[in-house]
Design a protein around this ligand. Structure first.
Ligand SMILES: [Zn+2]
Length: 83
């Protein structure tokens, strides 16, 4: 059994698991209807029907004219994705 009561603190870190760091992805735009600055990913069903493109995709045929819904007012409109 290793004696944990002695030795410098940094010497014990080798046995611990790495911390995790989470990406936080947003897809923001100004809604043309309610004029709110919204994160389109807040719309609950955003990824339903939008599985053609990857996170960060831009300047491809899949990132143009993407049908989205405003999470604030529910308006439907099209956007081109940019990164
Ligand atoms: Zn809106």
């Amino acid at each position: 059994m290793q004696d944990l009561s002695s030795g410098p603190l940094y010497g014990r870190s080798m046995n611990t698991e790495n911390l995790t760091a989470n990406w936080s992805i947003e897809l923001n735009c100004d809604c043309p209807i309610c004029k709110e600055y919204v994160n389109l990913l807040d719309y609950p069903d955003f990824w339903d029907g939008n599985v053609r493109f990857n996170i960060g995709e831009h300047n491809t045929k899949y990132s143009k004219n993407v049908e989205v819904k405003c999470p604030e007012c529910g308006a439907e409109f099209q956007v081109d994705l940019t990164y």
